[in-house]
Design a protein. Structure first.
Length: 90
């Protein structure tokens, strides 16, 4: 409220000034941490009472990590689906 009055007093443009559209449309969001996404998916499914979780994309790190969790008894069966793309784990 007071910024508008101050801007009028100092003859500045009104706040907030609209920003120019600087992001081109060809930028896409990328996944930064797929292991974190995998573990969040497992935790969210457990909270909702689900028995299965579809994790994608999967990597060698995710597969090894889930195999260690399975060996220690934290998760049940693993089914690795190789679809010649990013892969899936159920």
């Amino acid at each position: 409220f007071w910024l508008k009055h101050l801007a009028r007093f100092l003859r500045l443009p009104s706040f907030p000034t609209p920003l120019p559209k600087a992001t081109p449309s060809f930028f896409k969001m990328v996944r930064i941490n797929v292991l974190r996404d995998c573990l969040n998916g497992i935790c969210n499914a457990e909270k909702r009472g689900k028995r299965q979780v579809l994790v994608r994309p999967c990597s060698k790190v995710i597969i090894k990590f889930l195999q260690v969790m399975q060996k220690h008894g934290y998760i049940g069966d693993l089914e690795i689906i190789d679809d010649k793309r990013a892969g899936k784990v159920v």
